[in-house]
Write a protein that binds this ligand. Structure first.
Ligand SMILES: [Zn+2]
Length: 200
């Protein structure tokens, strides 16, 4: 609600019930730096209000009419408190999804503003890998990389260089392999990794 004096964001109805359950499920998570356990983000969009409630453990609850409407059930299993490993796995999956997003030619053009090219995908992925999870690094076919002994390693073979198809094929197979190691239930990422659309 917006008036001259104040702007109020509300969580009510079915969302309020989900929030109560989320709070109960996370009552033993540590307090954050500011003394609270939860942070709330409200993003008005053309499609409705997107609300994110984030617990100090890293788990997030998505609310609002933006995503799935009030009909969606509270998913207790997927909303359980995250362990340290759980947080790392979630960050790994988010990074993998960002890189896989660039596989789609139309999305690429929308996000980057240029025609899709190997160079940009590669530079972006290497940038994400540098500060991210080591598993992302493992999923990239490097033109030139430095191993633990600071020797340069080139793991392309033959004429595969600068080939988007090879790049994504390798990326997806390693991500899937890593997801299986911790029995990831991220179906969205799994689907993307299993898709073999010719988009190049
Ligand atoms: Zn929590």
């Amino acid at each position: 609600m917006t008036t001259k004096e104040k702007i109020i964001f509300e969580i009510n109805g079915a969302d309020a019930k989900k929030l109560k359950r989320f709070e109960r499920q996370h009552k033993n998570c540590p307090m954050g730096m500011e003394g609270g356990r939860f942070s709330y983000t409200f993003i008005p969009t053309g499609l409705g209000l997107a609300i994110t409630v984030k617990c100090s453990c890293g788990q997030q609850l998505l609310l609002g009419d933006f995503l799935d409407g009030p009909g969606a059930e509270y998913d207790e299993e997927n909303l359980r408190p995250l362990t340290e490993d759980g947080i790392k796995n979630k960050q790994f999956e988010e990074a993998a999804l960002m890189i896989l997003g660039l596989e789609d030619r139309r999305f690429f053009k929308m996000a980057i503003g240029l025609e899709q090219s190997f160079e940009i995908v590669y530079a972006y992925a290497v940038g994400v890998a540098r500060y991210g999870d080591p598993r992302i690094s493992k999923a990239i076919l490097y033109k030139v990389s430095v191993n633990a002994l600071h020797r340069q390693v080139k793991n392309y073979t033959g004429t595969e260089e600068e080939n988007l198809e090879k790049f994504f094929e390798h990326f997806k197979s390693v991500v899937l392999e890593e997801m299986d190691k911790y029995h990831s239930d991220n179906e969205r990422l799994r689907e993307k990794c299993l898709s073999k659309q010719n988009k190049y």
